[in-house]
Design a protein around this ligand. Structure first.
Ligand SMILES: [Cu+2]
Length: 102
């Protein structure tokens, strides 16, 4: 195989591979989820990073529930369910955010 054919083969092989899932971060800081709305693709990973000094949760009924994320800890979740998932911190119900899974 000459180098041009080799390159064409490599390009075709790469195109056939599924697109790698992305990782997104939601920072929990100052009693807020940042960003408040995050849009991801099915299969992407989302990491909630609790930078507060109190525990929080990321809880969307029927979609996902982190349970308690201790201060300084993270919780990661792979988005499997498409839709617009409003979620809260069950300890502080005023903390609201939305995960949109496409
Ligand atoms: Cu909280």
């Amino acid at each position: 195989m000459n180098s041009a054919r080799m390159l064409a083969f490599a390009v075709l092989a790469a195109a056939a591979l599924p697109v790698a899932a992305a990782t997104h971060t939601v920072t929990i800081e100052g009693m807020k989820f940042v960003p408040e709305t995050l849009t991801v693709k099915k299969g992407d990973r989302i990491v909630w990073n609790n930078r507060d000094v109190v525990p929080h949760t990321a809880t969307a009924k029927g979609a996902f529930d982190s349970r308690s994320i201790a201060a300084g800890k993270r919780w990661s979740h792979v988005a499997r369910k498409a839709g617009r998932h409003a979620y809260v911190c069950t300890f502080h119900p005023g903390m609201k955010a939305t995960l949109v899974v496409q």
